[in-house]
Ligand binder design. Structure first.
Ligand code: NAD
Length: 486
């Protein structure tokens, strides 16, 4: 670690990262330092080299301690091994510090010609950053069937939706789109839609529009200029923000911030780009603009504006790295020199946006953020591994449940009802969701014990791997039906 805080200077944790990380982080540091802002760096490690030392999280304790101290991070991309057991060090950092909001502004860059040039693209993707499929809770349930749990909380939805509206207010934006797949995933994605519908009422001057995420991808390409703020869940946001980067010239131009109540980490949207690493050709714009967001976050507003204006001016002059054009392009370091040279200038066609401080959402810290008046267990889904036919399995389970508190209502295979038979077309695998419903209402404690007794009987004949209670919360079914289930 180097660079302990001196006097009044703000201290920032800096992580060079993997691949092109060291090149673009160095560029951003040089530009920030050239503004003369009072800032010192604590240089920390995370990513590939840490994995290689055998630390499975990829993030050493010294780095975590530094972030706790400084509360502000400038980081390069961290490579994640694909398919092996190691978790993403990025996701670990985001989750450990509860940086729930991933803010990714996208605007047309002067001097960077794209098929969308002149359309005035200027939007910000606000992506939920810690929940959803990226909670990373996965299980191989049979040797050939895997599951990933999509966890979304009402509190998480409220936080990200409020942040999106607050960003709209702070930046003088007029419209917030919420992109979900609520038509299919009614309880998870639907929760974000419900949060959006409710919270939008508190911001009557901002136009609120829900859009299905697939159509959102379509509309972002057809008419990107109609988007202003776009709030969405973690995986949707991951994909859509790479798409929006593509609209303005590519990942080299897309900055980002991971924001939490106390800690913020600034990084580009792009990854470690191993295909161009170590060649001094990467475009540092995204990380330089991320550093500008960091400066703004720390209150260094003039320095932030100077960095943004100098970067836009440089691009407008036609100074470009190889991702923009191969002929006449310049190196990462030469581009950085040009930005430093341009500090104090601004582009003729566009200026850095006006920003006011974003009011961070402060929600109740209660763990039971949503409370129910009434709840009842209506049954249980027992997940079973079996190579048999739906008919054989169904008849076996009917016999097992015969004199229990439950009856077998149906069996589904990958979400489609297959017993009692609906159609013969389902290409069944060895993973069955067997839905048992309570015959007669009973006290909750008795229902719990009856479930355990049922599972004990099932276990004598079948391999089960997972249980899910079927709840009714405040009189409403808290589970979805299978495709084809009545
Ligand atoms: P990537 O973003 O690294 O690269 C995608 C493409 O864009 C490549 O062709 C690359 O050369 C190009 N590109 C990216 N940034 C560029 C830049 N600044 N200048 C010029 N060209 C640039 O995506 P990937 O290849 O899918 O991922 C590589 C690694 O990065 C993976 O290990 C992945 O897990 C990791 N990753 C990390 C982060 C992060 O740290 N936040 C984000 C995304 C991916």
């Amino acid at each position: 670690m180097e660079g302990a805080a001196r006097g009044e200077a703000r201290c920032v944790t800096v992580i060079a990262g993997d691949g092109i990380g060291p090149e673009v982080v160095s560029a951003a540091r040089r530009v920030v330092e050239a503004t003369g802002v009072a800032l010192t760096w604590e240089v920390c490690e995370a990513g590939e080299r840490v994995f290689a030392r055998g630390l499975p999280s990829g993030v050493p304790q010294e780095t975590l301690d530094s972030i706790q101290r400084t509360r502000v991070v400038l980081k390069g991309p961290l490579a994640t091994p694909i398919g092996s057991g190691q978790k993403s060090a990025n996701v670990t950092l985001r989750k450990l510090f509860e940086t729930f909001g991933n803010v990714r502004p996208i605007r047309e860059m002067p001097g960077v010609a794209t098929p969308f040039s002149g359309r005035g693209i200027d939007l910000v993707v606000v992506r939920e950053n810690v929940e959803d499929l990226y909670a990373g809770i996965e299980h191989l349930q049979t040797p050939g069937v895997a599951q990933c749990l999509k966890i979304m909380s009402r509190k998480g939805c409220d936080k990200i939706v409020r942040l999106a509206f607050e960003i709209a207010v702070a930046e003088g934006r007029r419209r917030v789109h919420c992109a979900t797949k609520a038509n299919i995933m009614k309880l998870t994605e639907g929760m974000m839609k419900r949060a959006f519908d409710d919270i939008a009422l508190e911001y009557p001057t901002i136009e609120a529009r829900h859009i299905l995420v697939d159509n959102c991808a379509h509309q972002l390409v057809r008419s990107p200029e109609t988007f202003d703020v776009l709030v969405t869940s973690n995986m949707n946001g991951d994909i859509l923000s790479d798409l929006t980067s593509g609209l303005i010239g590519g990942l080299g131009f897309a900055p980002g911030a991971n924001i939490g109540a106390d800690i913020a980490m600034f990084e580009a949207v792009h990854g470690s780009a191993p295909d161009i690493a170590g060649r001094n050709v990467a475009n540092p714009t995204a990380l330089i603009l991320s550093a500008a967001m960091m400066l703004r976050h720390t209150g260094a507003l003039d320095a932030a504006r100077a960095v943004e204006d100098a970067t836009l001016a440089t691009l407008e002059q036609g100074v470009h790295t190889a991702d923009v054009r191969a002929e006449g392009s310049i190196s990462t370091t030469a581009f950085t020199d040009a930005v430093i040279e341009n500090l104090g200038r601004h582009a003729t066609t566009t200026r850095a946006r006006e920003h006011r401080e974003v009011r961070m959402p402060r929600l109740s810290p209660a763990r039971d953020y949503v409370r129910a008046e009434r709840r009842r267990t209506a049954g249980v889904d027992v997940f079973i591994e079996a190579a048999s036919s739906p008919e054989e399995l169904g008849q076996s389970l009917e016999r097992i449940a015969e004199d229990t508190a439950f009856r077998l209502k149906m069996i589904s295979n990958r979400g489609t009802k297959v017993y009692p038979a609906v159609s013969a077309a389902t290409d069944c695998v060895d993973h069955w969701r067997c839905r048992f419903v309570l015959r007669d209402a009973a006290p909750e404690r008795e229902v719990d014990l009856a479930i355990l007794a049922l599972v004990a009987r099932v276990a004598l004949q079948h391999r089960w791997m997972h249980l899910e209670k079927l709840l009714e919360i405040d009189g409403v079914e808290a589970f979805t039906k299978a495709q084809g289930e009545d």
